[in-house]
Design a protein around this ligand. Structure first.
Ligand code: SAH
Length: 226
């Protein structure tokens, strides 16, 4: 990458992608109820604008989801923060993310959990996410191009599984790949089609559901696009 001006680091950004803009996003997240200082610190530090096409990067720190191509979206900062908070509350060692997308949520998680696996079904997104994560020197993660509904059986069990797309019904393989007392954090639709962020905790063969906030995610789809 070349610098736009001598002495300016393109990874850190300028103007609408500057450190000051990131700090403002972090204080807004705190106002919106994000309490965990580790989440706020990581999101204030990491360059979210690098996970968007250049034409959209100036909007990266707005309180909104943004298109990343292929009909998919980078989740709004609040939802990334909230899901990250829910993941690290569990003090997990092994985390599986379904829906790598841009890789931004993957990056934030990789800074806060020991080991991370992330699955994406669209090859173009999977590849670009890998490039960005390597550029930012994340190292404790592995990406796979696959239908995440099947999980990542060779690496199971996971302490936390996070879905960043909404399933009609919970894929059974994901529940099976949870460690005992592990949790799955996912959007789940009710009978009216309203999606809720939901925490499913495994207790042996039982699964307790807890409904959290109303959310809106793209659907979990089957198959792989190469
Ligand atoms: N966390 C991502 C969210 C991207 S949107 C981000 O913030 O950028 C959800 C992603 O889930 C999309 O990239 C979509 O392609 C992916 N997805 C949907 N169904 C999937 C499946 N069955 N397996 C893996 N990825 C899936």
């Amino acid at each position: 990458m070349h610098s736009p001006e001598p002495g300016i680091d393109p990874l850190r950004g300028i103007g609408m992608t500057s450190q000051r803009t990131r700090d403002r996003m972090a204080s807004r997240l705190a106002d919106q109820g994000i309490r965990d200082p580790r989440v706020l610190e990581v999101m204030a530090r990491e360059p979210r604008h690098l996970f968007l096409d250049e034409a959209l990067s100036h909007r990266a720190y707005e309180d909104t989801s943004l298109p990343i191509g292929h009909g998919q979206t980078l989740s709004q900062p609040w939802i990334v923060a909230r899901m990250t908070e829910l993941v690290i509350q569990e003090q997990p060692s092994r985390v599986l993310e379904v829906g790598t997308g841009s890789g931004y949520q993957t990056l934030v998680l990789s800074r806060l959990v020991p080991e991370l696996w992330s699955v994406e079904r669209i090859n173009a997104l999977h590849r670009r996410a890998g490039q960005r994560l390597r550029l930012l020197q994340a190292s404790n993660f592995r990406l796979r191009l696959a239908d995440g509904g099947h999980g990542w059986p060779e690496q199971a069990p996971f302490d936390v599984i996070l879905l960043t797309a909404c399933a009609g019904e919970m894929p059974a393989p994901l529940l099976a790949q949870l460690a005992d007392t592990g949790v799955l954090i996912t959007p789940l639709a009710d009978a009216q089609g309203q999606q809720w962020l939901t925490r499913v905790r495994r207790r042996g063969s039982a699964f307790e559901h807890q409904r959290l906030e109303p959310v809106r995610f793209v659907p979990l789809l089957e198959g792989v696009i190469r």
